[in-house]
Design a protein around this ligand. Sequence first.
Ligand SMILES: N[C@@H](CCC(=O)N[C@@H](CS)C(=O)NCC(=O)O)C(=O)O
Length: 324
Amino acid sequence: MGLLVDGTWTDQWYDTKSHGGKFVRSAAQFRNWITADGSAGPSGKAGFQAASGRYHLYVSYACPWAHRTLIFRTLKGLEEHITVSAVHPDMFSEGWTFETDDHGATGDTLYGLSHAHSVYTKADPTYSGRVTVPILWDKQQQTIVSNESSEIIRMFNSAFDGVTGNTLDFWPEEERDAIEEVNQRIYDTLNNGVYKSGFATTQEAYDAAIYPLFDTLDWLEEHLSENRYLMEDQITEADWRLFTTLIRFDPVYHLHFKCNRKRIVDYPNLWAYTRELYQVPGVAETVNFKHIVDHYLRSHTSINPHQIVPINPVIDYDAPHGRG
Ligand SMILES: N[C@@H](CCC(=O)N[C@@H](CS)C(=O)NCC(=O)O)C(=O)O
């Protein structure tokens, strides 16, 4: 675990001391947008036009943020248009690496680089900051378009529609305000809340994360007893953003991140909803439980110093969900 300082790799764990034991996530720095005509998006520069074969996605199958982008690549029919490299699940002192394994780590299929930090310095030799996945790469300009998953999924949602003919819309105009509101609560208390719980280094920081986290799960359980999805009957990006945390909850967050008041399987509606999303065609193929469990349990040596990977319960995500 570490970060780049003026383009040089520096081994350093998250600094929670200066925030009273709290984990504080830093903002992504590459914020350009791919658009249908290459014009600038809501932030960054123009010049990233949607085209088949031009872009590459660097992901970790373990990472919930990267997982969102893989799901959108699948649902939006982008698999043959956007290539992918998957890092190795182990993330130690050198950060994400392109070692390969038998479970899906592909190596860097574009340049044969050995580390993800080299992708960042290829884009900007003086980059300072964390080296995170996902990374959306432009093969033409040889640079990073974006390293912010919430924006990458919105690009995938519509920018390539003219290329693919796939017009499924997970960010419908009329629901955007409602989606934003739900996204914010789910991001703060769940997507990021599990990390705030797991990486807390004081009791106070843990307590501040864990109660809102379970309040949100209780609220979702109630909401999903009356609504099929977060936005009533329409499946939107809010559901997919929630899903990547739910699917990791029982195998990892419950034990490893001390989110253990309840499991997802203990909430009848949330559990059925998780299975329904998992069973959407193509989605199960984006879920790599081996990478998910191995990454967290082996890489976070400050939490699990002996790197023992627990046996975990067998969970049947293919069981009929009975919703709809
Ligand atoms: N804001 C980013 C966050 C991505 C992120 O934090 N990814 C994690 C993996 S789950 C990572 O690469 N962490 C490495 C680090 O922080 O050094 C996004 O949503 O795209």
